[in-house]
Ligand binder design. Structure first.
Ligand code: CP
Length: 307
C-alpha cells in the first residue's frame, strides 16, 4: 500500500511495490485518456531549491495530465525562504495547501528531515549528490522496457560516479535484483563514494570492477549509463575543467559496443554523448525522458491513493 507514503530513498519501496508502479505506468502509456481527469481537485506542489528541467516539468506535466493543479517555486528566492523561513515551516505550510509535494534540495538528507514535518506525501526530487529516487524508478522502467528484465544484467556506469546522485540511487536499486554486475567507469577522483562501495557493493557481495577506460569494457555491457560531470558540486573550477570531458561517447566507440546495448543518461548532457549518437537505435535517453513523466503520473496516483 503506497497511499500516504513518502519517497526519499530508492529502497523506500519494495520490489513488489515498484512492480505495481511499473504496471500502472504501462496502463497509463497504453491509454492516457483514461486518466486525464482522475486527479481533478488535487494539487501537487513542486519546491525546487535547485535548477531542474526534467524532474520539475515532468512532475508538473504529470499532474496536469491527470487533471490536477500545480503550485510551487523553481527559485526559492521568490518565496519566504528568502526571509529565512526554515524547511520545516515551509513544508508544514505548503503541506496545508497541497495534497502532495515534490522537492529538490541542495543539502543531502534535507528531504528525509522534511518528512518529520510534511503532513502530505513528500517526494525527493534529488538531494545534493545523494539520491534521486524518481529518476531511478524511471531508469528501472526504461531498462525493463528495453531489456524485458531487471535481472542478469551487466551495467556500466560512466562519468561522475562521485557526485552523480542518479548513479548512487541506481546502484542501490539494482543491487536488489539477481545476477547484477556493475562496471564502474570513471577517473580515480570521481569514483563512487565509499558508502556505496562498502555498504552496497561489498556489503551485498555484488560483483563490480572499477576501470578508467570506457573502451576497455563497452563490449561487455547490457546497459551503459552515461553521466555528466557535476560542475555544481566541485569546490575547484580547475578540477572541473580538467575532468569534464573525460568521456565522450561517439559513433567510433559504439563500433565495438554490443548491438543490443541500451544507452541511458539521466540528462542534462553536456559533452559526454555526442549528438551523432542520438539516432542510433541503442540510444534510449529521450525515451527515458518521456517515461519519466508517465512514471511520475503513476507515482502521484499511488501516493494519493487515487484509483
Ligand atoms: N534528470 C534530471 O534530474 O534532470 P533535471 O536536473 O533537469 O531535473
Amino acid at each position: 500500500m503506497l497511499k500516504g507514503r513518502h519517497l526519499i530513498d530508492p529502497q523506500d519501496f519494495s520490489i513488489k511495490e515498484l512492480e505495481s508502479i511499473f504496471d500502472l505506468t504501462e496502463r497509463i502509456i497504453e491509454s492516457p485518456e483514461d486518466y486525464n481527469s482522475i486527479c481533478h481537485g488535487k494539487i501537487l506542489s513542486t519546491l525546487f531549491y535547485e535548477p531542474s528541467t526534467r524532474t520539475r516539468f515532468s512532475f508538473e506535466a504529470a499532474m496536469l495530465r491527470l487533471g490536477g493543479s500545480i503550485i510551487g517555486f523553481s527559485e526559492p528566492g521568490s518565496s519566504s525562504v528568502a526571509k529565512g523561513e526554515s524547511l520545516a515551516d515551509t513544508l508544514r505550510t505548503v503541506g496545508a495547501y497541497a495534497d502532495i509535494i515534490a522537492m529538490r534540495h541542495p543539502k543531502e538528507g534535507a528531504p528525509r528531515l522534511g518528512t518529520e514535518y510534511c503532513p502530505v506525501p513528500l517526494i525527493n526530487g534529488g538531494d545534493g549528490g545523494h539520491q534521486h529516487p524518481t529518476q531511478t524508478i524511471t531508469d528501472l522502467f526504461t531498462i525493463l522496457q528495453a531489456k524485458g528484465r531487471l535481472e542478469k544484467l551487466v551495467i556500466g556506469l560512466c562519468g561522475d560516479l562521485k557526485f552523480g546522485r542518479t548513479v548512487h540511487s541506481l546502484i542501490k536499486a539494482m543491487s536488489r535484483y539477481e545476477d547484477i554486475e556493475f562496471l564502474l567507469i570513471s577517473p580515480k577522483e570521481l569514483q563512487v563514494p565509499d558508502y556505496i562501495r562498502q555498504e552496497i557493493l561489498i556489503g551485498k557481495g555484488i560483483p563490480f570492477r572499477e576501470v578508467e577506460r570506457l573502451e576497455e569494457v563497452i563490449g561487455e555491457l547490457d546497459v551503459l549509463y552515461m553521466t555528466r560531470v557535476q560542475k555544481e558540486r566541485f569546490f575547484n573550477e580547475a578540477d572541473y575543467i580538467r575532468l569534464k570531458d573525460s568521456y565522450i561517447l561517439d559513433r567510433d566507440k559504439l563500433l565495438i559496443a554490443p548491438e543490443d546495448l541500451v544507452i541511458l543518461h539521466p540528462l542534462p548532457r553536456v559533452n559526454e554523448i555526442s549528438p551523432e549518437v542520438d539516432d542510433d537505435p541503442r540510444a534510449w535517453y529521450f525515451r527515458q525522458v518521456k517515461n519519466g513523466m508517465y512514471v511520475r503520473m503513476a507515482l502521484i496516483l499511488k501516493l494519493l491513493g487515487v484509483k
